[in-house]
Design a protein around this ligand. Structure first.
Ligand code: DX5
Ligand code: ZN
Length: 220
C-alpha cells in the first residue's frame, strides 16, 4: 500500500497568522497545502481569493493545491496560476465546458483536477479521466470545514479507482472533507492517494505532531 499524500487545508488555520501557519507546516509531514477558494455563489460561504493565495505562496514550502469552489472558474485560472497554484481543481458542477477548462489549466502549466460534489456520480468523468491529474471526491458538501464525513464516499473511491484504471488514467484520487485518523486508513485501503484534512489538523493542540501521527498510522 503506497503512502498517500497529506494535504492540510488552510481553511481551518488562523487567518490572522497565515505566515506563521504556513511556515510551521514547512518542515511537517504535509506534502501539499490545500487552499479552499469560495465565492459565495457556488457555495454558501466566502473564504479567500487571489491576493491571499499569493501571500500564502510567498511563505509556503509545499506546492499549493488550490480547490476552486467558484462559478465560471475559467475566468480566473491564469490569475490563480500567477498567484502560485500548483494544482488547480475546478468543480464538475461549475463547468458547462469542463473539457475546455481542463485543457486551459494544463496549458497554463498547472496540474488539472476536477472535484465532485457528494451527489455527483464518478461516471460523469469517463470522457475526461485520461486528461486529469487529480480527481477530488468531496466527502462533505463543500462550503464549510468541520463537517461530518459522508460514509458513502468509501464506495465512491472504489468506483473511481476502477474507472481510472479502465480509462488508462493516472489521476490521483483526493478525498476532501471530514477526514480524520478514524477514516484515513479505510480511505487509503479503498484507493485514496491524497487526504485533505482541515479541522482534524488545525483544531488539534499540535497540528505538526498530528500530521506526523497520521503519517505514522498510514505507514504502519
Ligand atoms: C470544504 C473544503 C474542505 C474543508 C475540509 O468545503 O473544501 O477542504 O476545508 O475541512 P475539514 O477537514 O474540517 O472537513
Ligand atoms: Zn477543499
Amino acid at each position: 500500500r503506497p503512502m498517500p499524500l497529506l494535504a492540510p487545508s488552510l481553511l481551518a488555520a488562523d487567518f490572522g497568522n497565515l505566515q506563521a501557519e504556513t511556515e510551521r507546516l514547512a518542515g511537517s509531514a504535509a506534502d501539499w497545502l490545500h487552499c479552499d477558494v469560495m465565492d459565495g455563489r457556488f457555495v454558501p460561504n466566502i473564504s479567500f481569493g487571489i491576493p491571499v493565495l499569493q501571500a500564502i505562496h510567498r511563505h509556503a514550502k509545499q506546492p499549493l493545491d488550490v480547490h476552486l469552489m467558484i462559478e465560471e472558474p475559467q475566468h480566473y485560472l491564469s490569475a490563480f496560476r500567477d498567484a502560485g497554484a500548483h494544482n488547480l481543481t475546478v468543480h464538475y458542477e461549475a463547468c458547462t465546458h469542463l473539457h475546455r477548462v481542463i485543457q486551459q489549466i494544463k496549458q497554463l502549466g498547472c496540474k488539472a483536477g476536477v472535484a465532485l460534489n457528494p451527489h455527483t456520480p464518478v461516471g460523469v468523468l469517463e470522457d475526461v479521466a485520461a486528461d486529469l491529474d487529480l480527481v477530488c471526491i468531496m466527502s462533505v458538501n463543500p462550503g464549510f470545514g468541520g463537517q461530518a464525513f459522508i460514509p458513502n464516499t468509501l464506495r465512491k473511491v472504489a468506483a473511481l479507482k476502477e474507472l481510472l484504471v479502465d480509462c488508462g488514467s493516472s489521476a490521483l484520487i483526493e478525498i476532501d472533507g471530514g477526514v480524520t485518523s478514524e477514516n484515513a486508513s479505510a480511505l487509503v485501503e479503498a484507493g485514496a492517494d491524497v487526504l485533505v484534512a482541515g479541522s482534524f489538523v488545525f483544531n488539534a493542540p499540535d497540528p505538526v505532531a498530528t500530521l506526523a501521527e497520521l503519517r505514522a498510522q498510514l505507514a504502519a
